[in-house]
Write a protein that binds this ligand. Structure first.
Ligand code: MLT
Length: 259
């Protein structure tokens, strides 16, 4: 199996922190930022130390040029934890944030207390998906994020009240960050066979109507994670933390109780 690539250029991530207790780092998906987790705060504040970073090239964190290897994004999270003197943490990863969490679990297993994969999966891209991502990365570099903002929100959710806020969020995205993430995702490795090595409590939270991640992938992860269980969220698509925050918060609390 090939080694995870690293990027030399270090960046300091922007993050927000709420509350005290067991550290829980929430890693957003593509091409979003930490604000997607805000709907969970009223339910989880006071239950743990909630840390909400923006990944490199996203939200308020600086962008670098080139592809963002998932292992390097995991290193950014590790550097943030080192800066906070946090040795061990729970990770909650949404979609691409889940890919970063799986890379973290592989590189720093001793630092992981528990894992939540929200609308995410462990497989690599198919050749077609990879080609499509590289093409989109080139388009974003040439023309910016407008066409992504036009087409992506409806793929993320069927909740009409979320569509325009999501479009605005994507319009603010940094083209270098979007392209870097697309190139990094295109090159990520398949983590499916490594799931059996993740020996911490792990909840898989899946939107029953997620058009991007088939439920079968979540069921497969449940089978392969030694201490994994699946929570299916009815009425939710690719953004269960925004579409059904109470149910997602409940699932996360159950995870916290097992740590
Ligand atoms: C995400 O939400 O992070 C993306 O849909 C992940 C992906 O494109 O694989």
């Amino acid at each position: 199996m090939k080694e995870l690539k690293k990027m030399d250029e270090r960046v300091q991530l922007y993050f927000e922190e709420y509350g005290k207790g067991t550290p829980v780092v929430f890693i957003h998906g593509f091409p979003l930022d930490h604000t997607i987790w805000y709907p969970l705060l009223p339910f989880l504040q006071g239950k743990a130390r909630l840390i909400l970073p923006d990944l490199r090239g996203h939200g308020k964190s600086p962008a670098t040029k080139g592809g963002y290897d998932m292992g390097a994004l995991a290193d950014d999270i590790k550097d943030m934890l080192d800066g906070l003197n946090i040795r061990q943490t729970v990770l909650v990863g949404h979609s691409m944030g889940g890919y970063v969490s799986l890379a973290f679990a592989r590189c720093y297993p001793e630092r992981l207390l528990g894992l939540a994969l929200v609308a995410s999966h462990a497989a690599a891209d198919t050749p077609e998906r990879r080609q499509g991502r590289l093409q989109t990365a080139g388009e974003v570099e040439r023309r910016g994020v407008k066409s992504l903002a036009r087409t992506m929100p409806e793929k993320l959710t069927a909740h009409p009240e979320l569509i325009e806020p999501l479009r605005r969020l994507i319009l603010q995205a940094n083209p270098a960050g979007v392209a870097g993430a697309l190139r990094g995702m295109a090159d990520r490795e398949d983590m499916t066979r490594r799931l059996s090595e993740i020996n911490v409590p792990a909840v898989i939270i899946a939107g029953a109507q997620d058009s991007l991640i088939p439920l079968e992938k979540s069921k497969e992860m449940e089978r392969l994670l030694p201490r994994g269980w699946l929570v299916e969220v009815p009425g939710a698509g690719h953004l269960p933390m925004m579409e059904a925050p109470e149910m997602v918060a409940e699932a996360l609390q159950r995870l916290f109780e097992k740590i």
